[in-house]
Design a protein around this ligand. Structure first.
Ligand code: ADP
Ligand code: ADP
Length: 219
């Protein structure tokens, strides 16, 4: 079963002068680990932004987790229920603790504070950071901060994790550890993982790699 179905998707910027997506087709199976590669400026981030409903396409069809993103008014609800984001820059909130950062996405749910605490601690344990729960992010290393961001992305049990160069700001050894962690969590949490990355190492873990070129999938 496909959790993502994209057909002939187009998105341009600057009044049509820049065609970021130019008739892109892509299907992703539920539970798949897909890696997206391609040169800078080819449209990878734009594609992730469309899948995560951070921005709206101009033309074509895009259906994610059963929702027709071109024709729904409930994009915020879709995003908070179905998608977890992991970016190159972790964008953690600097004056909240690690635990509070992981809890943030749950504030929109009707979980009690003790349920939130339990879920967040459980995920911090999974990423190996339970002993850093009360620290503030600025005290952590880059790899640790990215692990917090991964825990935060998973906290609402999303059906899809969208990761845009999650190792881009890390040294290669730390990057490999983060990739391995994401791959393991993908299996364990049974989540679909769509990752934009330049890491050649991802080839050992991703179930499929697609290349984006000039706003289309080119394999
Ligand atoms: P990639 O992620 O592969 O580097 P992007 O999706 O970021 O590529 O960008 C694709 C093209 O669209 C590039 O030419 C980029 O400069 C342009 N682009 C992306 N986002 C915007 C934006 N918000 N405004 C104008 N141009 C954009
Ligand atoms: P990457 O190459 O790592 O995918 P970019 O640096 O191309 O990322 O883009 C980072 C962010 O800036 C994206 O959200 C993209 O939409 C936006 N962006 C990219 N190019 C432009 C541009 N020419 N004008 C405005 N925003 C842009």
């Amino acid at each position: 079963r496909n959790i993502i179905e994209i057909h002939d998707l187009k998105k341009s910027y600057d009044d049509g002068k820049i065609k970021a997506l130019n008739g892109l087709n892509l299907e992703v199976k539920k539970g798949e680990f897909l890696s997206i590669m391609g040169p800078s400026g080819s449209g990878k981030s734009t594609l992730l932004n469309m899948i995560g409903a951070l921005d709206v396409a101009d033309e074509g069809t895009i259906k994610v987790a059963g929702i027709d993103l071109m024709n729904t008014k409930e994009l915020n609800e879709f995003r908070s229920q179905e998608i977890g984001f992991v970016f190159q820059m972790h964008n953690l909130i600097p004056n909240l603790t690690v635990l509070e950062n992981v809890e943030i996405p749950m504030y929109e749910t009707d979980l009690s504070s003790s349920q939130m605490h339990e879920r967040a601690m459980g995920l911090l344990m999974e990423v190996g950071l339970e002993d850093k729960a009360d620290q503030i992010p600025t005290k952590l290393s880059g790899g640790e901060r990215q692990r917090v961001a991964i825990a935060r992305a998973l906290v609402n049990n999303p059906s899809i994790i969208l990761a845009d160069e999650p190792t881009g700001s890390l040294d290669s050894k730390t990057g490999d550890v983060i990739l391995k962690l994401m791959s393991d969590l993908h299996e364990k949490e049974n989540v679909t993982l769509v990752m934009v990355t330049h890491e050649p190492y991802v080839g050992n873990m991703a179930e499929r790699i697609v290349n984006v070129l000039d706003g289309k999938i080119k394999n």
